[in-house]
Write a protein that binds this ligand. Structure first.
Ligand code: ZN
Length: 120
C-alpha cells in the first residue's frame, strides 16, 4: 500500500495540518481502515476525554498477569485490567487482533480502558 502526506484543515480552529504518512501507516498496521483526523494535533491534545464507546483492537492479554493492552484508533496503546473486561473468560475471548469496544478513563496512573467488551 502506498501513502501520501495529506493537507487537512482542522474542523475546530481552521488551521491547516498534515496527516502524515507515518500516521496513516500506523493506522493501517494497527488493522484500522485509514481515516483522516478531523482536528489538528493541538486541538486533539487539548480536548477533554469524551465519554462513549471507542473501537480498539487487542494487542495482547496475559491471563496470568490479569492485564493486557488495547491498540486505540490513533495507534497508541492503552492498559486494561481483567476486572474491566465485561465477559466471562478473557483468556479465551481476548487474542491479538480481537476487535473490542471500550471506554477511556483517566486515572491517577494514567489513561486506561474500561468496560472492554467484544465487538461482535
Ligand atoms: Zn485545531
Amino acid at each position: 500500500m502506498s501513502f501520501q502526506d495529506q493537507m487537512l484543515i482542522c474542523e475546530k480552529c481552521g488551521k491547516k495540518f498534515v496527516f502524515r504518512v507515518e500516521d496513516q501507516r500506523r493506522q493501517a498496521e494497527s488493522g484500522f481502515e485509514i481515516k483522516p483526523p478531523r482536528e489538528c494535533p493541538d486541538c486533539q491534545a487539548s480536548k477533554e476525554v469524551e465519554p462513549g464507546l471507542r473501537e480498539g483492537i487487542i494487542k495482547w492479554y496475559r491471563d496470568e498477569k490479569h492485564f493486557g493492552f488495547v491498540i486505540q484508533r490513533d495507534g497508541s496503546e492503552i492498559f486494561f485490567h481483567r476486572s474491566n473486561f465485561l465477559g466471562e473468560e478473557p483468556a479465551e475471548a481476548l487474542h491479538e487482533g480481537t476487535p473490542v469496544w471500550y471506554e477511556l478513563e483517566v486515572t491517577d496512573r494514567g489513561p486506561m480502558a474500561v468496560n472492554v467488551h467484544l465487538k461482535e
